[in-house]
Design a protein around this ligand. Structure first.
Ligand code: NAG
Length: 225
């Protein structure tokens, strides 16, 4: 009985929560699936790295952490802001072991692949920090040139509402000409909600109801030569 209710609970959670992660380049929460890094600890909740208290399953108010425009109440790699640093997905944290999943050429254009187990409306942006140890201040916004979904005028890609279904999407990203690094942190920030604002159908803004919204973040280690 207990097992059944746990399974039922898991289905409810997986079925309704917006969820997703960066597949390529592999995020710190996903690189454990790459056989090149056998010592990387697994994150079995790789799609659930968002700025709330993931250990607090029974506290619904914590599902949404109010954010300002700079996401300043979100850990810089998606962990609960109120945890001590380095947080789990930050460099030096439990999953931040510096394993470089991909090497790119400065100024090149690459395809970023994302997977969503449950897609909800909202949008995402992509940043790069070239410092050896990332800080909240070092991230610079990267240009999204195109991809499988619509772009917003503010250099964000729409993550449209598909009724919570699974979806893979691709964003074409431009790297700056003048940034090289032995290890850089590429970051994806996804702001989402169940309630689309304005209504998602035919809407070019693809916003979310800001109050409340949920913020997912992933960091990936890359090199740029
Ligand atoms: C997403 O991609 C993975 C890996 O290629 C594939 O197994 C999965 O079926 C895809 N999902 C969707 C909804 O297309």
């Amino acid at each position: 009985m207990k097992v059944i209710s746990i399974i039922a609970f898991a289905i409810v959670i997986i079925g309704v929560q917006p969820h997703g992660h960066i597949v390529d380049p592999p995020a710190r929460n996903w690189i454990w699936t790459d056989p090149r890094f056998p010592n990387q600890p697994p994150n079995f909740n790789s799609q659930g790295v968002w700025c709330g208290d993931v250990e607090c399953w029974d506290c619904p108010p914590a599902f949404y952490i109010p954010q300002d425009e700079d996401f300043s109440r979100c850990g810089m790699c998606g962990d609960d802001f109120y945890r001590p640093t380095p947080r789990d997905h930050e460099h030096g944290g439990r999953f931040g072991n510096g394993h470089i999943g991909r090497t790119y050429t400065a100024g090149s254009i690459f395809q970023m692949h994302l997977t969503f187990g449950a897609m909800h409306c909202g949008y995402f942006e992509v940043d790069l920090c070239a410092d050896a140890v990332e800080t909240p201040e070092c991230f610079q916004r990267l240009q999204i040139l195109g991809g499988t979904e619509r772009l917003r005028p503010d250099n964000r890609m729409c993550a449209p509402h598909f009724g919570g279904e699974s979806r893979n999407i691709t964003a074409t990203i431009q790297l700056p000409q003048n940034v090289r690094c032995e290890r850089c942190t590429l970051r994806w920030t996804y702001r989402t909600n169940y309630a689309c604002f304005p209504h998602f159908q035919g809407d070019s803004a693809c916003g979310v109801d800001p109050n409340p919204a949920q913020t997912f973040r992933n960091c990936a280690d890359i090199a740029i030569v």
